[in-house]
Design a protein around this ligand. Structure first.
Ligand code: 5GP
Ligand code: ZN
Length: 117
């Protein structure tokens, strides 16, 4: 069921504390932790604690929770001292999504090119 923890989901395991992560912020509904393979000096992933497969599914199922995730991307950027940063939701394998639990990438601390390619 939408929102329920999935036994085979890496990020549900991080939420449950079953695998370690470097957590930078936590709220009642979200967790933010450092990406294991950072692409910038700051590379933090913000996830809802509830399992939704991608950003589109999250927005459709629980818009308030989607707003929590977005708000938290700003809180992470502020905590990391970033004036400029990029928030990315890869949605679908063709866009590079590899973990099927909604996550916002927050990237900053270096120059970021646009368009990203
Ligand atoms: P995607 O490619 O799905 O948009 O992003 C998945 C992200 O999760 C990648 O940037 C990848 O480095 C990160 N990642 C994969 N496995 C782990 C893990 O076990 N721990 C952490 N902290 N990040 C992970
Ligand atoms: Zn999950």
């Amino acid at each position: 069921m939408a929102g329920e923890p999935q036994d085979d989901c890496l990020f549900c395991k991080i939420v449950a504390g079953r695998i370690p992560a470097t957590i930078v912020r936590e709220t009642e509904t979200t967790v933010a932790f450092r990406d294991i393979n950072p692409q910038a000096p700051t590379h933090v992933l913000v996830i809802p604690k509830a399992h939704h497969r991608d950003a589109a599914a999250l927005a459709a199922a629980d818009p308030a929770l989607a707003a929590d995730v977005l708000r938290e991307t700003q809180a992470v950027a502020e905590a990391e001292g970033l004036e400029s940063y990029r928030t990315i939701f890869n949605t679908g394998a063709g866009a590079g999504q590899t973990v099927w639990h909604t996550h916002a990438h927050v990237l900053g601390g270096r120059g970021l090119q646009w368009p990203p390619g």
